[in-house]
Write a protein that binds this ligand. Structure first.
Ligand SMILES: O=C(CO)[C@@H](O)[C@H](O)[C@H](O)[C@H](O)COP(=O)(O)O
Ligand SMILES: O=C[C@H](O)COP(=O)(O)O
Length: 939
């Protein structure tokens, strides 16, 4: 048992006189609580100056807050409050325990500028109490004459108070009196006083620092006085403390106190502060070991705590030499030393000692604030040629409508006049400001990441569809995993081959599985969750839940199941943020943080874009509005195929953009079709329906793409370019594109936040699954042709594959071909798909899109059915050789996937879309090659 733990037997509580974001999130404070019996934390302005001014722990948050237009004062308060909340939460189990001995508190001091301001102290004390919103916070109030009435008032209000800057015995009496009077006021008002805690912080080392040199000077003068002075060197602080303890015993006894005690009031314990030794001649533990006594607290700095842990010899000593202590205090006047005057001086200097670092901190914050405000977002360039004038006119129209202002006010009439749609729009605009909310959630996320690392997890698998998984894919593919990040995989397909691949590629017991589903009812993530939970149960029995985390909405049905299965954590997201707008919420940020990305910085970039888009006041240019207006106007003029061009390093950004744009705009026969991952080619192969958007990095030349884009622009195609600085800027781009998508939808006059046609495929799938349950298999479709191992469905029968394909691929300008692969993804297959797309484009001069099923059902699937009827849908299926059973269900992953494919095909046909299914047989890669050959052989 180390000394810190041992001291508990003497009923003294050790608190830590230090706080810093890092120790709150990296498990250090938790370790002190669990292993060293730490029972509280105190902070003060000097401590925060060291923490905030002396580290970069807070920089991203400072910048985010500055960009929100907050003053340095507000920034400081938010940071300090966040830290205190985190610490309070770590102490909460102790505070809630039956025998907490009055511990488990975290102190937050009012501004040192209020040291002589009663009303200001009361106002700030109440504000902090409310803002921290934790029962185990203590508001620190200085024991100045002006502080005393504030103490009384705050106690009467039911607020826990730590009275700080106490140096003298008379002032200590007044402090205890203020506390008792506060309790009496409260009791007289008929309010409970049983849950109010208070400590009186008596400062020690500073007393000796001031008085010792005086005593030493007198000692040097010799004589009787010199002798007396010599005997008092180093004794005054400890003697004051010992005397204070006697006063404490006297005050908290007797009739007056007993009345309060009957109402379960607690005494105001003495807390020894300033207990780090400042004099090299003294023992480092001078202000710790000598002051151990029941019902007291000692708040000690980290260094002293480390020494005490190693060398401390705890024993009750507080009442040793009580008479001598009285004598020390009594004899000081003989030496001409007026203790009261000196303690007043210490009090005054104490105020200064806090004001100075506080001022320094404010200046440092101001510098960082200014720097943050000077940063700009990645510029976008527009080469729109003949369309520029119309885009300008649209922007002008928006500006005349005060669009930006209305947008931030969530004025749904900017999109539609339909009352029901307006209601839906208003209720899904939580994404507008969710990044701000998430800034405050960053420490919680970081704390969680640390917990996961400490628990020994090596890998994370996110299991979700669409908006619940696209952002994690982008993060994982666009960032290098940092040294302390965990490996990250995303499972968003029911393809049994892929499920098996994931299962075989991760160390199951060391893998954290995140079931991500906003609704908590989506079939795929629930199936993945069940499958892997079952596997973990086989390996870990009842402890399987440790490996599972849920991200879902409040009120989702999944919460109950996850709780029952003992999930490690359930992150509750925001009902008012739709899935495809949730990249900057727990859905995107928890996986990103586990992967080692600084999510605070991602958010800071997003907030920078919010600011640029007018979130914090009028702007002359609004990057989100400009992009949205351009895309909207171009689409209305037939340029509705948004062809995304990215460097290889941003390859998967398209997946996220596809869902955002297609699902938001593709409805009521309108919309923008995102075309991602289509190999860029020469101008002659494109129709007049394209707008090219390049998203890349300023410092990456990406020559090949640039040259082609230049040629396309010269050929009259509109080209938009956005150049980020680094992957963290994706935070900006997520936000820019969300705004742009909403703005483009306003150009079309549609509700961007619903997905009315997604349900059609789900309903058809459900019907098919019912049939599977009843009949044991899916209905067989009639084949149009079987040739060379490929089977063709859903088109008129033909003698030859090439003939059938020629008949199917009849296109008009403005059409597109959508290839939908219900297959196991592999690099070879991706390569084959690129060839297939290139071939189709070369032949037909139409846009080609590609998606793996069932992923795209939660993404572009909306556009396919709700957008214009310009698509030709080529569905590719294959055998499922390594099928996997689904626990608790009578069917397999393979059957579910086949039903999803068939269900969507059915839905597409119900919407009169042109469809062809080709079953590739046993070897999909070869099957695609074969298909390419057949297509090449077309007449
Ligand atoms: O007042 C409390 C706790 O209530 C402490 O945080 C107190 O401010 C610190 O112990 C002192 O400021 C530290 O003083 P010092 O060691 O710098 O003299
Ligand atoms: O984009 C959303 C997907 O359809 C998944 O929805 P969910 O998060 O409710 O499971």
């Amino acid at each position: 048992m180390n000394a810190l733990v041992e001291i508990r037997q003497f009923n003294q509580s050790i608190w830590l006189d230090f706080i810093r974001r890092k120790i709150l999130v990296n498990g250090e404070l938790q370790k002190l609580i669990s292993e060293d019996s730490l029972r509280g934390v105190t902070s003060n302005p000097a401590i925060f100056e060291k923490a905030i001014g002396g580290s970069d722990d807070y920089d991203a948050a400072i910048r985010s807050l500055a960009l929100q237009g907050k003053s340095v004062d507000e920034i400081y308060t938010e940071l300090a409050i966040a830290d205190v909340q985190l610490a309070c939460d770590l102490f909460r189990p102790l505070y809630d325990s039956n025998d907490n001995s009055g511990d488990g508190y975290v102190s937050l001091e009012v501004s040192p500028e209020l040291v002589n301001d009663t009303e200001g102290t009361i106002e700030e004390g109440m504000r902090f109490w409310k803002a921290v919103d934790r029962p185990n916070v203590m508001i620190k109030v200085p024991a100045t004459l002006e502080g005393l009435p504030a103490i009384r008032r705050l106690i009467a209000e039911g607020i826990n108070v730590n009275v700080t800057l106490i140096f003298g015995l008379e002032r200590y009496r007044a402090v205890a009196e203020a506390y008792i009077a506060g309790l009496e006021d409260r009791a007289a008002a008929g309010l409970p006083i049983n849950n109010i805690a208070s400590v009186a912080s008596f400062f020690l080392s500073r007393i000796d620092v001031l008085i010792d040199p005086m005593l030493e000077k007198l000692a040097a003068e010799g004589g009787e006085k010199g002798e007396l002075a010599q005997s008092l060197v180093g004794e005054v602080a400890l003697s004051s403390a010992k005397q204070a303890y006697q006063i404490y015993k006297e005050i908290f006894a007797g009739e007056r106190w007993e009345k309060l005690q009957q109402k379960d009031a607690s005494t105001q314990r003495l807390l020894w502060a300033s207990t780090g030794n400042k004099n090299p001649k003294y023992d480092d533990l001078k202000y710790v070991e000598s002051l151990i006594g029941p019902h007291t607290v000692n708040t000690i700095p980290v260094e002293t705590m480390d020494i005490f842990r190693e060398k401390g010899k705890p024993a009750v000593r507080l009442e040793e030499g009580t008479d001598k202590a009285a004598d020390v205090i009594r004899r000081l006047p003989e030496l001409g030393i007026n203790l009261e005057e000196l303690t007043n001086q210490l009090e005054h200097e104490g105020g200064q000692k806090f004001k100075e670092p506080f001022g320094k901190l404010m200046a440092a914050l101001e510098k960082k604030r200014q720097e943050a405000l000077a940063e700009t977002v990645a510029p976008a360039t527009y080469e729109l040629g003949q369309y520029q004038a119309d885009v300008n006119a649209q922007i002008k129209k928006f500006n005349e409508q005060n669009f930006t202002e209305g947008f931030w006010q969530k004025e749904a009439s900017l999109w539609t006049q339909d009352a029901e749609a307006q209601e839906s729009i208003r209720s899904f605009m939580g994404w507008l400001r969710v990044a701000e909310t998430m800034v405050s959630a960053v420490p919680e996320i970081e704390q969680f990441v640390q917990e996961v690392r400490t628990a020994g997890f090596k890998h994370v698998v996110v299991m979700g569809m669409g908006g619940s998984s696209m952002a994690p894919i982008v993060f994982q593919k666009s960032f290098e995993r940092s040294a302390d990040g965990l490996e990250l995989s995303i499972l968003d397909t029911t393809d049994p081959g892929t499920v098996r691949q994931i299962e075989e590629s991760v160390p199951l017991t060391e893998t954290l599985f995140i079931v991500a589903s906003k609704s908590g009812t989506t079939a795929e993530p629930l199936a993945f969750g069940d499958y892997f939970y079952n596997r973990l149960k086989e390996l870990k029995g009842d402890k399987a839940g440790e490996n599972f985390v849920a991200i879902t909405d409040p009120g989702s049905k999944f919460i109950e199941a996850a709780t029952k299965e003992g999930y490690r954590k359930i992150f509750l997201n925001f009902t008012e943020v739709g899935g495809r707008f949730s990249a900057l919420t727990y859905f995107g940020l928890v996986p990103a943080a586990l992967y080692g990305i600084s999510v605070g910085e991602v958010l800071e970039r997003a907030i920078r874009m919010m600011r640029a888009c007018g979130a914090y006041g009028p702007v002359t240019e609004n990057p989100g509005l400009e992009l949205g207006a351009a895309l909207g106007v171009l689409a209305e003029q037939g340029r509705d195929k948004l062809t995304l061009v990215v460097p290889q390093s941003l390859h998967d950004l398209g997946l996220w953009l596809e869902q955002l744009i297609a699902e938001s705009t593709g409805k009521l026969g309108k919309g923008i079709l995102p075309v991602a991952g289509e190999p860029l080619t020469e101008p002659s192969l494109y129709g007049q329906d394209r707008v090219f958007v390049y998203v890349g990095y300023g410092n990456e030349a990406d020559e090949a793409n640039q040259q082609k884009l230049q040629a396309l622009q010269q050929a009259g195609h509109p080209v938009i370019s956005i150049r980020m600085q680094e992957p963290l800027d994706l935070g900006q781009e997520f936000y820019r594109w969300e705004v742009a998508t909403a703005v483009a939808s306003a150009v079309f006059g549609i509700n961007p936040f619903d997905q009315p046609n997604v349900q059609a495929a789900k309903t058809a799938t459900d019907r098919l699954m019912k049939e599977v349950t009843e009949k044991g298999q899916l209905p067989e479709e009639e084949k149009a042709l079987s040739a060379d191992g490929l089977s063709y469905y859903g088109v008129p029968a033909a003698g030859k594959a090439s003939e059938l394909l020629t008949q199917f691929f009849q296109t008009n300008p403005g059409d597109y071909v959508s290839i939908q692969a219900y297959l196991t993804e592999s690099p070879a297959l991706n390569e084959a798909m690129d060839k297939l797309r290139a071939l189709l484009q070369k032949r037909l001069h139409v846009a080609t899109t590609f998606g793996y099923g069932p992923r795209f059902l939660h993404s572009t699937g909306q556009y396919h059915k709700g957008g214009p009827n310009t698509g030709l849908f080529l569905q590719l299926t294959a055998e499922n050789p390594n099928d996997l059973p689904l626990p608790g269900r009578s069917y397999t992953f393979g059957t579910l996937k086949n039903a999803q494919a068939q269900g969507d095909l059915q839905a597409l046909r119900d919407y009169d879309r042109r469809t062809l299914r080709v079953d590739l047989g046993a070897n999909p890669e070869q099957g695609v090659q074969k298909l390419i050959e057949e297509l090449s052989a077309q007449a």
